[in-house]
Ligand binder design. Structure first.
Ligand SMILES: [Zn+2]
Length: 530
Protein backbone atom coordinates (compact mmCIF):
# COMPACT_ATOMS: atom_id res chain seq x y z
CA UNK A 1 0.00 0.00 0.00
CA UNK A 2 1.15 3.43 -0.92
CA UNK A 3 0.28 6.33 1.36
CA UNK A 4 2.26 8.98 -0.50
CA UNK A 5 0.31 11.41 -2.59
CA UNK A 6 1.40 11.48 -6.20
CA UNK A 7 -0.92 14.22 -7.34
CA UNK A 8 -0.24 17.93 -7.19
CA UNK A 9 -3.42 19.04 -5.54
CA UNK A 10 -5.98 21.78 -5.63
CA UNK A 11 -8.35 19.66 -3.56
CA UNK A 12 -10.23 21.55 -0.85
CA UNK A 13 -8.74 19.42 1.91
CA UNK A 14 -5.22 20.31 0.75
CA UNK A 15 -6.09 23.97 0.37
CA UNK A 16 -7.49 24.00 3.92
CA UNK A 17 -4.38 22.21 5.21
CA UNK A 18 -2.17 24.84 3.57
CA UNK A 19 -4.28 27.57 5.10
CA UNK A 20 -3.91 26.04 8.58
CA UNK A 21 -0.12 25.85 8.14
CA UNK A 22 -0.04 29.44 6.90
CA UNK A 23 -2.27 30.92 9.58
CA UNK A 24 -1.08 28.95 12.62
CA UNK A 25 2.60 29.79 12.33
CA UNK A 26 5.35 28.27 14.40
CA UNK A 27 3.52 25.13 15.46
CA UNK A 28 5.04 21.67 15.24
CA UNK A 29 1.72 19.98 15.73
CA UNK A 30 -1.89 20.88 14.94
CA UNK A 31 -5.19 20.14 16.63
CA UNK A 32 -8.19 19.48 14.38
CA UNK A 33 -11.54 19.18 16.09
CA UNK A 34 -15.04 17.96 15.50
CA UNK A 35 -17.89 17.18 17.86
CA UNK A 36 -21.58 16.86 18.52
CA UNK A 37 -24.21 16.36 21.19
CA UNK A 38 -25.15 12.67 21.28
CA UNK A 39 -28.78 13.53 21.93
CA UNK A 40 -29.98 11.39 19.04
CA UNK A 41 -28.71 9.07 16.32
CA UNK A 42 -25.74 10.72 14.65
CA UNK A 43 -26.97 11.12 11.08
CA UNK A 44 -25.17 11.25 7.75
CA UNK A 45 -25.30 15.08 7.77
CA UNK A 46 -23.35 15.07 11.04
CA UNK A 47 -20.94 12.60 9.47
CA UNK A 48 -20.13 15.23 6.87
CA UNK A 49 -18.41 17.26 9.58
CA UNK A 50 -16.38 14.30 10.85
CA UNK A 51 -15.22 13.17 7.41
CA UNK A 52 -14.43 16.77 6.41
CA UNK A 53 -12.09 17.06 9.38
CA UNK A 54 -10.58 13.65 8.69
CA UNK A 55 -9.80 14.63 5.09
CA UNK A 56 -8.03 17.79 6.28
CA UNK A 57 -6.18 15.78 8.95
CA UNK A 58 -5.04 13.37 6.27
CA UNK A 59 -3.91 16.23 4.05
CA UNK A 60 -1.90 17.77 6.92
CA UNK A 61 -0.27 14.45 7.77
CA UNK A 62 0.67 13.90 4.13
CA UNK A 63 2.41 17.26 4.27
CA UNK A 64 4.52 15.81 7.08
CA UNK A 65 2.69 17.54 9.93
CA UNK A 66 1.83 16.08 13.30
CA UNK A 67 -1.90 16.25 14.01
CA UNK A 68 -4.16 15.52 16.94
CA UNK A 69 -7.65 14.71 15.64
CA UNK A 70 -10.15 15.12 18.47
CA UNK A 71 -13.83 14.39 18.55
CA UNK A 72 -15.79 15.88 21.45
CA UNK A 73 -18.98 14.27 22.64
CA UNK A 74 -21.04 16.99 24.27
CA UNK A 75 -22.68 14.46 26.57
CA UNK A 76 -23.06 16.89 29.46
CA UNK A 77 -25.73 18.60 27.39
CA UNK A 78 -29.20 18.64 28.88
CA UNK A 79 -31.93 16.20 27.84
CA UNK A 80 -34.45 18.63 26.38
CA UNK A 81 -36.94 16.50 24.54
CA UNK A 82 -37.86 12.83 24.36
CA UNK A 83 -37.27 11.79 20.74
CA UNK A 84 -40.29 10.35 18.98
CA UNK A 85 -40.25 6.62 18.17
CA UNK A 86 -38.29 5.93 21.36
CA UNK A 87 -39.59 3.16 23.61
CA UNK A 88 -40.39 3.86 27.28
CA UNK A 89 -41.52 7.45 26.69
CA UNK A 90 -42.86 7.79 30.24
CA UNK A 91 -39.62 6.67 31.82
CA UNK A 92 -37.63 9.00 29.59
CA UNK A 93 -39.82 11.95 30.49
CA UNK A 94 -38.67 11.67 34.10
CA UNK A 95 -35.14 12.46 32.86
CA UNK A 96 -35.98 15.75 31.13
CA UNK A 97 -33.63 18.63 32.12
CA UNK A 98 -31.04 16.16 33.42
CA UNK A 99 -27.69 15.63 31.62
CA UNK A 100 -28.03 13.15 28.75
CA UNK A 101 -25.23 11.13 30.27
CA UNK A 102 -27.65 10.17 33.08
CA UNK A 103 -30.51 9.14 30.79
CA UNK A 104 -30.81 5.33 30.64
CA UNK A 105 -30.24 3.47 27.38
CA UNK A 106 -33.70 2.27 26.42
CA UNK A 107 -32.46 0.91 23.08
CA UNK A 108 -29.68 -1.34 24.30
CA UNK A 109 -27.45 -2.04 27.24
CA UNK A 110 -24.94 0.80 27.16
CA UNK A 111 -24.54 2.73 30.38
CA UNK A 112 -26.61 5.66 29.13
CA UNK A 113 -28.64 7.00 26.24
CA UNK A 114 -25.70 9.23 25.34
CA UNK A 115 -23.29 6.28 25.41
CA UNK A 116 -25.63 4.34 23.13
CA UNK A 117 -25.47 7.05 20.46
CA UNK A 118 -21.73 7.46 20.99
CA UNK A 119 -20.88 3.78 20.68
CA UNK A 120 -23.07 3.32 17.59
CA UNK A 121 -20.92 5.84 15.77
CA UNK A 122 -17.57 4.93 17.32
CA UNK A 123 -18.02 1.32 16.21
CA UNK A 124 -18.64 2.21 12.59
CA UNK A 125 -16.23 5.10 11.95
CA UNK A 126 -13.11 2.87 11.58
CA UNK A 127 -14.91 1.10 8.70
CA UNK A 128 -14.53 4.30 6.67
CA UNK A 129 -11.03 4.94 8.01
CA UNK A 130 -11.94 7.60 10.58
CA UNK A 131 -10.27 7.17 13.97
CA UNK A 132 -10.27 10.29 16.10
CA UNK A 133 -9.40 10.61 19.77
CA UNK A 134 -12.71 10.83 21.65
CA UNK A 135 -13.27 13.35 24.42
CA UNK A 136 -16.28 12.93 26.67
CA UNK A 137 -17.41 16.29 28.01
CA UNK A 138 -19.47 14.84 30.87
CA UNK A 139 -16.38 13.06 32.16
CA UNK A 140 -14.32 16.26 31.94
CA UNK A 141 -16.90 18.50 33.54
CA UNK A 142 -17.72 16.08 36.32
CA UNK A 143 -14.04 15.71 37.18
CA UNK A 144 -13.82 19.55 37.41
CA UNK A 145 -11.24 19.56 34.60
CA UNK A 146 -12.72 22.81 33.26
CA UNK A 147 -12.76 24.66 36.62
CA UNK A 148 -10.29 27.31 35.43
CA UNK A 149 -12.22 27.88 32.20
CA UNK A 150 -15.47 28.31 34.11
CA UNK A 151 -13.81 30.70 36.54
CA UNK A 152 -12.47 32.77 33.63
CA UNK A 153 -15.95 32.93 32.08
CA UNK A 154 -17.33 34.13 35.43
CA UNK A 155 -14.58 36.75 35.71
CA UNK A 156 -15.47 38.01 32.22
CA UNK A 157 -19.21 37.84 32.79
CA UNK A 158 -19.88 41.38 31.55
CA UNK A 159 -17.64 41.04 28.49
CA UNK A 160 -19.39 37.83 27.47
CA UNK A 161 -22.79 39.37 28.10
CA UNK A 162 -21.90 42.21 25.72
CA UNK A 163 -20.72 39.75 23.04
CA UNK A 164 -23.92 37.71 23.24
CA UNK A 165 -26.25 40.72 23.56
CA UNK A 166 -24.87 42.17 20.32
CA UNK A 167 -26.80 39.41 18.51
CA UNK A 168 -29.85 39.16 20.75
CA UNK A 169 -33.17 40.97 20.42
CA UNK A 170 -33.78 40.83 24.17
CA UNK A 171 -30.67 41.47 26.24
CA UNK A 172 -29.63 38.97 28.91
CA UNK A 173 -30.98 39.70 32.39
CA UNK A 174 -28.98 41.79 34.87
CA UNK A 175 -28.53 38.73 37.11
CA UNK A 176 -27.42 36.42 34.26
CA UNK A 177 -24.36 34.22 34.84
CA UNK A 178 -22.36 32.51 32.04
CA UNK A 179 -22.89 29.04 33.55
CA UNK A 180 -25.58 26.46 33.96
CA UNK A 181 -25.85 24.32 37.08
CA UNK A 182 -27.23 20.80 37.46
CA UNK A 183 -28.78 20.59 40.93
CA UNK A 184 -26.78 18.13 43.05
CA UNK A 185 -30.00 16.80 44.66
CA UNK A 186 -32.26 16.22 41.62
CA UNK A 187 -29.73 16.47 38.71
CA UNK A 188 -31.89 18.96 36.80
CA UNK A 189 -30.61 22.21 35.33
CA UNK A 190 -33.74 24.02 36.56
CA UNK A 191 -31.55 26.19 38.75
CA UNK A 192 -30.87 29.85 39.20
CA UNK A 193 -27.42 31.13 40.11
CA UNK A 194 -27.75 33.51 43.05
CA UNK A 195 -24.18 34.69 43.37
CA UNK A 196 -20.45 33.97 43.48
CA UNK A 197 -18.51 33.15 46.58
CA UNK A 198 -14.85 34.01 46.04
CA UNK A 199 -13.08 32.89 42.81
CA UNK A 200 -14.45 29.37 42.69
CA UNK A 201 -17.71 29.40 44.66
CA UNK A 202 -21.12 29.44 42.96
CA UNK A 203 -24.42 29.63 44.85
CA UNK A 204 -27.67 28.46 43.29
CA UNK A 205 -31.23 27.56 44.09
CA UNK A 206 -33.17 24.77 42.34
CA UNK A 207 -36.70 25.47 41.08
CA UNK A 208 -37.57 21.76 40.94
CA UNK A 209 -36.63 20.58 44.42
CA UNK A 210 -35.89 23.79 46.32
CA UNK A 211 -32.29 22.76 47.03
CA UNK A 212 -29.96 25.70 47.58
CA UNK A 213 -26.23 25.54 48.20
CA UNK A 214 -22.81 26.88 47.32
CA UNK A 215 -20.51 24.61 45.29
CA UNK A 216 -16.79 24.90 44.60
CA UNK A 217 -15.83 24.75 40.90
CA UNK A 218 -12.69 22.78 41.77
CA UNK A 219 -14.55 19.82 43.21
CA UNK A 220 -18.11 19.93 41.91
CA UNK A 221 -19.64 18.07 38.99
CA UNK A 222 -22.60 20.45 38.89
CA UNK A 223 -21.44 23.40 36.83
CA UNK A 224 -21.00 23.62 33.06
CA UNK A 225 -20.73 26.36 30.48
CA UNK A 226 -23.52 26.99 27.99
CA UNK A 227 -22.70 25.97 24.43
CA UNK A 228 -21.65 29.37 23.10
CA UNK A 229 -19.10 29.73 25.89
CA UNK A 230 -18.19 26.06 26.26
CA UNK A 231 -17.06 25.91 22.63
CA UNK A 232 -14.39 28.67 22.75
CA UNK A 233 -13.31 27.51 26.23
CA UNK A 234 -12.52 24.09 24.77
CA UNK A 235 -10.73 25.65 21.78
CA UNK A 236 -8.40 27.24 24.27
CA UNK A 237 -8.01 24.16 26.49
CA UNK A 238 -7.22 21.86 23.55
CA UNK A 239 -5.47 24.48 21.42
CA UNK A 240 -7.78 23.90 18.46
CA UNK A 241 -6.37 25.04 15.09
CA UNK A 242 -9.15 23.85 12.82
CA UNK A 243 -12.85 23.13 13.25
CA UNK A 244 -15.56 23.38 10.60
CA UNK A 245 -19.20 23.95 11.45
CA UNK A 246 -22.62 23.60 9.88
CA UNK A 247 -24.72 26.36 8.40
CA UNK A 248 -26.66 26.88 11.64
CA UNK A 249 -23.49 27.72 13.61
CA UNK A 250 -21.99 29.75 10.79
CA UNK A 251 -24.96 32.07 10.29
CA UNK A 252 -24.64 35.79 11.01
CA UNK A 253 -24.44 36.17 14.80
CA UNK A 254 -24.44 32.39 15.12
CA UNK A 255 -22.40 30.52 17.68
CA UNK A 256 -19.23 30.59 15.59
CA UNK A 257 -19.33 34.39 15.44
CA UNK A 258 -19.72 34.79 19.19
CA UNK A 259 -17.31 31.92 19.98
CA UNK A 260 -14.64 33.68 17.89
CA UNK A 261 -14.97 36.80 20.01
CA UNK A 262 -15.25 34.97 23.33
CA UNK A 263 -12.30 32.79 22.41
CA UNK A 264 -10.14 35.78 21.63
CA UNK A 265 -11.19 38.31 24.27
CA UNK A 266 -11.95 35.98 27.17
CA UNK A 267 -9.86 32.85 26.70
CA UNK A 268 -7.00 34.41 24.74
CA UNK A 269 -7.26 31.91 21.88
CA UNK A 270 -7.07 32.87 18.21
CA UNK A 271 -10.16 31.42 16.51
CA UNK A 272 -9.48 28.21 14.60
CA UNK A 273 -9.39 28.03 10.83
CA UNK A 274 -12.85 26.94 9.75
CA UNK A 275 -15.23 26.42 6.88
CA UNK A 276 -18.93 25.93 6.62
CA UNK A 277 -20.33 22.63 5.45
CA UNK A 278 -23.73 22.24 3.88
CA UNK A 279 -26.51 19.71 4.27
CA UNK A 280 -26.67 16.21 2.83
CA UNK A 281 -29.97 15.30 1.24
CA UNK A 282 -31.32 11.80 0.81
CA UNK A 283 -32.67 10.81 -2.57
CA UNK A 284 -34.85 7.79 -3.26
CA UNK A 285 -36.42 5.60 -0.62
CA UNK A 286 -35.57 7.67 2.43
CA UNK A 287 -38.89 6.69 3.99
CA UNK A 288 -37.87 3.08 3.82
CA UNK A 289 -34.31 3.53 4.97
CA UNK A 290 -35.00 5.73 7.96
CA UNK A 291 -37.20 3.14 9.61
CA UNK A 292 -34.11 1.13 10.52
CA UNK A 293 -32.62 3.72 12.83
CA UNK A 294 -35.45 5.95 13.93
CA UNK A 295 -36.05 9.16 12.07
CA UNK A 296 -32.73 9.67 10.35
CA UNK A 297 -30.30 8.07 7.91
CA UNK A 298 -27.08 7.11 9.66
CA UNK A 299 -23.64 6.20 8.34
CA UNK A 300 -24.45 2.57 9.15
CA UNK A 301 -27.52 2.79 6.91
CA UNK A 302 -25.50 4.24 4.02
CA UNK A 303 -22.82 1.55 4.40
CA UNK A 304 -25.40 -1.14 3.73
CA UNK A 305 -25.57 0.08 0.12
CA UNK A 306 -22.26 1.84 -0.52
CA UNK A 307 -18.83 0.32 0.02
CA UNK A 308 -16.65 2.44 2.36
CA UNK A 309 -14.41 3.84 -0.41
CA UNK A 310 -17.45 5.00 -2.35
CA UNK A 311 -18.86 6.70 0.77
CA UNK A 312 -15.56 8.56 1.18
CA UNK A 313 -15.60 9.33 -2.56
CA UNK A 314 -19.02 11.01 -2.24
CA UNK A 315 -17.77 13.35 0.49
CA UNK A 316 -14.23 13.88 -0.80
CA UNK A 317 -15.56 14.62 -4.27
CA UNK A 318 -17.90 17.41 -3.17
CA UNK A 319 -16.87 20.80 -1.81
CA UNK A 320 -18.09 21.04 1.80
CA UNK A 321 -20.08 24.21 1.16
CA UNK A 322 -22.25 22.65 -1.52
CA UNK A 323 -25.28 20.58 -0.76
CA UNK A 324 -25.44 17.14 -2.32
CA UNK A 325 -27.64 14.09 -2.21
CA UNK A 326 -26.95 10.51 -1.27
CA UNK A 327 -29.13 8.43 -3.52
CA UNK A 328 -30.72 5.08 -2.94
CA UNK A 329 -32.49 4.87 -6.30
CA UNK A 330 -30.94 3.91 -9.68
CA UNK A 331 -28.30 6.62 -9.15
CA UNK A 332 -26.52 4.20 -6.85
CA UNK A 333 -25.31 2.39 -9.97
CA UNK A 334 -24.13 5.64 -11.53
CA UNK A 335 -22.13 6.53 -8.41
CA UNK A 336 -20.36 3.15 -8.48
CA UNK A 337 -19.67 3.55 -12.21
CA UNK A 338 -18.19 7.01 -11.63
CA UNK A 339 -16.01 5.74 -8.82
CA UNK A 340 -14.76 2.82 -10.93
CA UNK A 341 -13.89 5.18 -13.76
CA UNK A 342 -11.93 7.45 -11.42
CA UNK A 343 -10.13 4.35 -10.14
CA UNK A 344 -9.20 3.16 -13.64
CA UNK A 345 -8.00 6.63 -14.60
CA UNK A 346 -5.85 6.85 -11.48
CA UNK A 347 -3.72 4.00 -12.79
CA UNK A 348 -3.58 5.46 -16.29
CA UNK A 349 -1.86 8.84 -15.99
CA UNK A 350 -2.15 10.74 -19.29
CA UNK A 351 0.96 11.84 -21.25
CA UNK A 352 -0.88 14.83 -22.67
CA UNK A 353 -0.25 17.82 -20.36
CA UNK A 354 -3.66 19.25 -21.29
CA UNK A 355 -5.35 16.25 -19.74
CA UNK A 356 -3.15 16.28 -16.69
CA UNK A 357 -5.08 18.86 -14.72
CA UNK A 358 -8.33 16.95 -14.78
CA UNK A 359 -6.42 13.76 -14.01
CA UNK A 360 -4.74 15.32 -10.98
CA UNK A 361 -8.07 16.50 -9.62
CA UNK A 362 -9.68 13.07 -9.90
CA UNK A 363 -6.52 11.30 -8.75
CA UNK A 364 -6.49 13.26 -5.50
CA UNK A 365 -10.16 12.48 -4.89
CA UNK A 366 -9.37 8.81 -5.49
CA UNK A 367 -6.47 8.90 -3.00
CA UNK A 368 -8.64 10.54 -0.36
CA UNK A 369 -11.38 7.98 -0.97
CA UNK A 370 -9.20 5.10 0.14
CA UNK A 371 -9.83 3.73 3.61
CA UNK A 372 -6.24 2.56 3.97
CA UNK A 373 -3.49 3.32 1.48
CA UNK A 374 -3.81 3.54 -2.28
CA UNK A 375 -3.40 0.13 -3.98
CA UNK A 376 -0.16 -0.43 -5.93
CA UNK A 377 -2.04 -1.44 -9.05
CA UNK A 378 -5.59 -1.32 -10.37
CA UNK A 379 -7.68 -3.63 -8.19
CA UNK A 380 -10.08 -6.14 -9.73
CA UNK A 381 -13.18 -4.32 -10.92
CA UNK A 382 -16.62 -5.68 -11.61
CA UNK A 383 -19.24 -3.53 -13.27
CA UNK A 384 -21.95 -2.88 -10.73
CA UNK A 385 -24.77 -3.66 -13.20
CA UNK A 386 -23.14 -6.95 -14.15
CA UNK A 387 -22.72 -7.73 -10.46
CA UNK A 388 -26.41 -7.14 -9.74
CA UNK A 389 -27.28 -9.51 -12.61
CA UNK A 390 -24.92 -12.20 -11.34
CA UNK A 391 -26.21 -11.86 -7.79
CA UNK A 392 -29.79 -12.24 -8.96
CA UNK A 393 -28.93 -15.30 -11.04
CA UNK A 394 -27.29 -16.83 -7.97
CA UNK A 395 -30.03 -15.68 -5.55
CA UNK A 396 -27.60 -13.49 -3.62
CA UNK A 397 -25.02 -16.23 -3.02
CA UNK A 398 -21.77 -14.23 -3.12
CA UNK A 399 -19.56 -17.33 -2.97
CA UNK A 400 -21.37 -18.76 -5.98
CA UNK A 401 -20.75 -15.52 -7.88
CA UNK A 402 -17.05 -15.59 -6.97
CA UNK A 403 -16.86 -19.19 -8.12
CA UNK A 404 -18.69 -18.40 -11.35
CA UNK A 405 -16.32 -15.50 -12.11
CA UNK A 406 -13.27 -17.55 -11.16
CA UNK A 407 -10.94 -14.58 -11.62
CA UNK A 408 -11.23 -12.45 -8.48
CA UNK A 409 -7.66 -12.20 -7.11
CA UNK A 410 -7.14 -13.30 -3.52
CA UNK A 411 -6.06 -9.78 -2.48
CA UNK A 412 -9.29 -8.25 -3.81
CA UNK A 413 -11.70 -10.84 -2.41
CA UNK A 414 -12.57 -8.91 0.73
CA UNK A 415 -13.39 -5.75 -1.18
CA UNK A 416 -15.37 -7.77 -3.70
CA UNK A 417 -17.46 -9.32 -0.95
CA UNK A 418 -18.22 -5.91 0.56
CA UNK A 419 -19.32 -4.53 -2.79
CA UNK A 420 -21.40 -7.62 -3.53
CA UNK A 421 -23.15 -7.43 -0.16
CA UNK A 422 -24.00 -3.76 -0.80
CA UNK A 423 -25.23 -4.52 -4.32
CA UNK A 424 -27.42 -7.34 -3.07
CA UNK A 425 -28.94 -5.17 -0.33
CA UNK A 426 -29.69 -2.58 -2.98
CA UNK A 427 -31.32 -5.10 -5.32
CA UNK A 428 -33.51 -6.40 -2.52
CA UNK A 429 -34.49 -3.06 -1.00
CA UNK A 430 -34.24 -0.27 -3.55
CA UNK A 431 -33.87 -1.56 -7.12
CA UNK A 432 -36.85 -0.57 -9.28
CA UNK A 433 -39.29 -3.40 -9.91
CA UNK A 434 -38.31 -3.83 -13.60
CA UNK A 435 -34.69 -4.21 -12.55
CA UNK A 436 -35.35 -7.19 -10.33
CA UNK A 437 -35.70 -10.76 -11.46
CA UNK A 438 -35.27 -14.26 -10.21
CA UNK A 439 -34.37 -17.06 -12.53
CA UNK A 440 -37.04 -19.68 -13.14
CA UNK A 441 -36.16 -23.28 -12.39
CA UNK A 442 -36.51 -26.01 -15.01
CA UNK A 443 -38.72 -28.08 -12.68
CA UNK A 444 -41.22 -25.22 -12.34
CA UNK A 445 -42.52 -26.18 -15.80
CA UNK A 446 -43.30 -23.93 -18.77
CA UNK A 447 -44.93 -20.54 -18.86
CA UNK A 448 -47.89 -20.10 -21.21
CA UNK A 449 -46.67 -18.82 -24.64
CA UNK A 450 -48.47 -18.47 -27.99
CA UNK A 451 -47.79 -21.45 -30.26
CA UNK A 452 -45.46 -19.77 -32.76
CA UNK A 453 -43.58 -18.01 -30.01
CA UNK A 454 -43.20 -21.18 -28.01
CA UNK A 455 -41.67 -22.96 -30.98
CA UNK A 456 -39.22 -20.07 -31.54
CA UNK A 457 -38.16 -20.10 -27.89
CA UNK A 458 -37.63 -23.86 -28.19
CA UNK A 459 -35.43 -23.31 -31.27
CA UNK A 460 -33.31 -20.82 -29.34
CA UNK A 461 -32.99 -23.47 -26.61
CA UNK A 462 -31.62 -25.94 -29.18
CA UNK A 463 -29.29 -23.31 -30.61
CA UNK A 464 -28.01 -22.57 -27.10
CA UNK A 465 -27.42 -26.27 -26.42
CA UNK A 466 -25.33 -26.49 -29.62
CA UNK A 467 -23.42 -23.25 -29.67
CA UNK A 468 -23.86 -20.87 -26.70
CA UNK A 469 -20.45 -19.89 -25.40
CA UNK A 470 -18.62 -21.89 -28.08
CA UNK A 471 -18.79 -19.20 -30.75
CA UNK A 472 -18.30 -15.41 -30.58
CA UNK A 473 -21.25 -13.45 -29.16
CA UNK A 474 -21.73 -11.64 -32.48
CA UNK A 475 -22.02 -14.91 -34.38
CA UNK A 476 -24.50 -16.28 -31.84
CA UNK A 477 -26.49 -13.08 -32.23
CA UNK A 478 -26.74 -13.61 -36.00
CA UNK A 479 -27.96 -17.16 -35.51
CA UNK A 480 -30.53 -15.97 -32.96
CA UNK A 481 -31.90 -13.45 -35.47
CA UNK A 482 -32.11 -16.26 -38.06
CA UNK A 483 -34.38 -18.09 -35.57
CA UNK A 484 -36.57 -14.97 -35.22
CA UNK A 485 -36.91 -14.66 -39.02
CA UNK A 486 -37.58 -18.37 -39.57
CA UNK A 487 -40.49 -18.13 -37.16
CA UNK A 488 -41.70 -14.88 -38.75
CA UNK A 489 -41.70 -12.98 -35.45
CA UNK A 490 -41.00 -9.38 -34.46
CA UNK A 491 -37.85 -9.28 -32.36
CA UNK A 492 -39.64 -7.43 -29.52
CA UNK A 493 -42.26 -10.16 -29.35
CA UNK A 494 -39.60 -12.86 -29.42
CA UNK A 495 -37.61 -11.23 -26.59
CA UNK A 496 -40.72 -11.12 -24.39
CA UNK A 497 -41.16 -14.86 -24.93
CA UNK A 498 -37.52 -15.57 -24.02
CA UNK A 499 -37.60 -13.38 -20.90
CA UNK A 500 -40.88 -15.01 -19.86
CA UNK A 501 -39.31 -18.44 -20.19
CA UNK A 502 -36.18 -17.41 -18.28
CA UNK A 503 -37.47 -15.10 -15.54
CA UNK A 504 -41.26 -14.93 -15.90
CA UNK A 505 -41.21 -11.22 -16.85
CA UNK A 506 -41.48 -9.25 -20.09
CA UNK A 507 -38.16 -7.49 -19.61
CA UNK A 508 -34.77 -8.29 -18.15
CA UNK A 509 -31.03 -7.62 -18.47
CA UNK A 510 -29.68 -7.08 -22.02
CA UNK A 511 -30.54 -10.43 -23.61
CA UNK A 512 -27.42 -11.51 -25.45
CA UNK A 513 -25.15 -10.80 -22.52
CA UNK A 514 -27.68 -12.35 -20.16
CA UNK A 515 -27.73 -15.61 -22.15
CA UNK A 516 -23.94 -15.77 -22.07
CA UNK A 517 -23.80 -15.08 -18.36
CA UNK A 518 -26.39 -17.78 -17.70
CA UNK A 519 -24.46 -20.24 -19.83
CA UNK A 520 -25.34 -23.14 -22.09
CA UNK A 521 -26.66 -25.50 -19.44
CA UNK A 522 -29.09 -23.10 -17.76
CA UNK A 523 -30.38 -21.56 -20.99
CA UNK A 524 -30.93 -24.87 -22.78
CA UNK A 525 -32.45 -26.33 -19.60
CA UNK A 526 -35.08 -23.59 -19.42
CA UNK A 527 -35.72 -22.97 -23.13
CA UNK A 528 -35.38 -26.60 -24.22
CA UNK A 529 -38.80 -27.34 -22.68
CA UNK A 530 -40.60 -25.37 -25.40
ZN1 LIG B 1 -33.04 20.13 42.39
Amino acid sequence: MNTETKAHSTHWADITADKIIRERKGKDSYVCASGITPSGTVHIGNFREIISVELVVRALRQKGKKVRFIYSWDDYDVFRKVPENMPKQELLETYLRKPITLVPDVLGDEKSYAAHNEKSLEKILPVVGVEPEYIYQAERYRASKYAEGIRTALDYRDVIRGQLDAHRTTPLAEDWYPVSVFCTKCDRDTTKVTGRDGDYGISYICDSCGNSETVDLRNTSAVKLPWRIDWPMRWSVEGVDFEPAGKDHHSEGGSFDTAKLTGKEVFGHEPPVTFQYDFVRIKGGSGKISSSSGEVVSLADVLRFYQPEVVRYLFAGTRPNSEFAISFDLDVLKVYEDYDKVERNYFNKPENPKKLKKWEKDARIYELSQVRGVPEALPYQIQIRHLTTLLQIHSGDIDAVIQYLGVVPEADLEGFRVRAACAWNWVKEFAPEDFRFSLRKADEGRVELAEGLSAAVGSLGKLAADKLGDIPEKEFSNLMYDVIHEHELESGEFFIGVYQALIGKDKGPRLLNFLHVLGKETVSGLLGQY
